[in-house]
Design a protein around this ligand. Structure first.
Ligand code: ARG
Length: 460
């Protein structure tokens, strides 16, 4: 069965049918297609095209098709062009000739937009839930080691000491922005396209607002040509998903390093690591490597649809059927990666000794000393020079900050005061970083409380 056979003398070639068919993948839209079609049938009734009895019969038939679709044999030997054609054919098996009326004033161009929007809207909610799960796991991890000091890096060189929760909350902020991006994408998805026809608007007086209300859409689209031409809403999701994956890849990379023997900061749970078939001692961070690796697939999906849409003439072109596989792929991989990351974070153990040691030994307190000198009246540039010389001298003689005393500092340069010796321990300097957004323990404590509250609000 074709929805368009009349104008053709022969049917499509077998090769073309295989080449152009989308049922293999767009069958994922079946539930949305039926939900959208039921709303459309009610709109046909309101427009006087179907009687109440016909409407009930068709809605019942759609429900029966939906029930059938849950049996494994449903898709067997289905050779339909796409999911929309399949559903209408199955409807015919249930409702008889009446099914021939359901496509009145409707085009697959708007139908595919509707189905994808309905499906994606639900998936965005799932992605958001997975994101919130990970954000909660970061907060819990911060709560388990509220006072742990770690070495912070720039250029992957030891930079300044920070609290472990401060580091975790940096990722919380990234994911909070991701949640915003998903909400923005959702708002653009949540717009009802039916009534647009193929491109020019439907010739039947549909109550578009009523259809939108029935399907829980926030708004209706404003231009029928735009509906047939638009896949921005999918690109918006792909962008949000790509940034999520980018953030996840950085977390994964950090934790692969931090859990290595060289760092020894983190112990990943057995449940998220695997061994080597040859080397008995190995415990590999495969979960994190796969999270990092799956980035390629999601970025690829984004790039794929971006390139597909580029330069397409108005309005619908069959190229646009190529939107679905990348979108499905990105949704699957992103949600799975978020769930995996949550479990990794939930089950990892911080080993506070090594990161604190790295913070103590790496001259991370140099900035604290320079700032103390500057607070005591030495212009910062000079303070920087003095501490730079102190570090150079210490590097030459193999001295760590803890090998100095306040008196020795004062002897090294008259600008130092003996009480500045306190700052030789990184915990002291951290206390000075009490500006909002800084790593002072009290500031971080407040940020953590706020993060919990913000997450509750996001979760609604
Ligand atoms: N399977 C098509 C798609 O996914 C549905 C729209 C078909 N429209 C058309 N004019 N051939 O894009």
């Amino acid at each position: 069965m074709k929805l368009w056979g009349g104008r053709f003398e022969t049917g499509p070639s077998e090769l073309f049918e295989r080449f152009s068919g989308s049922l293999d993948f767009d069958r994922r839209l079946l539930e949305s297609d039926i939900a959208g079609s039921k709303a459309f049938v009610r709109a046909l009734a309101r427009a006087g095209i179907l009687t109440a009895a016909e409407t009930d019969a068709l809605v019942g038939a759609y429900d029966a098709v939906l029930a059938d679709s849950r049996t494994p044999s449903f898709f067997e030997e289905a050779a339909d062009e796409d999911v929309h054609t399949l559903v209408i054919r199955k409807l015919g098996e249930k409702a008889g000739p009446l099914a021939a009326k359901v496509h009145t004033g409707r085009s697959r161009n708007e139908q595919v937009s509707l189905d994808t929007r309905l499906w994606l809207r639900a998936e965005i909610d799932r992605t958001r839930e997975a994101l919130f799960g990970l954000m909660a796991a970061l907060i819990d991890s911060a709560g388990r080691d509220p006072r742990a000091v770690i070495c912070g890096y720039t250029h992957l060189r030891r930079a300044q000491a920070v609290l472990w929760p401060h580091y975790l909350l940096a990722y919380f902020e990234m994911f909070a922005r991701d949640a915003e991006r998903l909400s923005q994408a959702r708002a653009r998805v949540d717009v009802m396209p039916l009534g647009s026809g193929a491109l020019a608007g439907s010739g039947f007086p549909f109550d578009r607002a009523a259809m939108a209300a029935e399907m829980g859409f926030g708004a209706i689209t404003r231009n029928s040509m735009d509906v047939s031409a638009d896949r921005d809403f999918a690109l918006d999701y792909l962008h949000a998903a790509s940034v999520i994956m980018l953030h996840l890849s950085r977390l994964a990379e950090d934790w692969i390093l931090y859990s290595s023997e060289e760092f020894g900061w983190l112990e990943l749970a057995d449940g998220v690591t695997s061994g080597s078939s040859l080397m008995p001692q190995k415990k590999n961070p495969d979960s994190l490597e796969l999270i990092r690796g799956k980035c390629g697939r999601v970025f690829g999906a984004y790039t794929s649809l971006f390139v597909t849409m580029k330069g397409l003439p108005m309005t619908y072109n069959r190229d646009m059927q190529e939107d679905k596989e990348p979108l499905f792929e990105a949704v699957d991989q992103t949600t799975a990666a978020l769930e995996m990351a949550r479990v990794v974070v939930d089950t990892a153990k911080l080993n506070p000794g090594p990161p604190a040691q790295a913070a103590e030994q790496g001259w991370l307190i140099a900035t604290d000393l320079a700032e103390a000198l500057s607070r005591a009246g030495t212009p910062f540039h000079q303070a920087h020079q003095i501490v730079g010389r102190l570090v150079l001298e210490s590097v030459r003689t193999g001295r760590k900050p803890g090998d100095w005393t306040g008196e020795e500092l004062a002897a090294f340069a008259p600008e130092f005061r003996p009480e500045m010796g306190l700052l030789l321990r990184p915990e002291e300097g951290m206390k000075t970083r009490a500006v909002p957004g800084g790593t002072a323990p009290e500031t971080v404590g407040r940020a953590l409380v706020e993060a919990r509250r913000r997450l509750e609000i996001l979760r609604g």
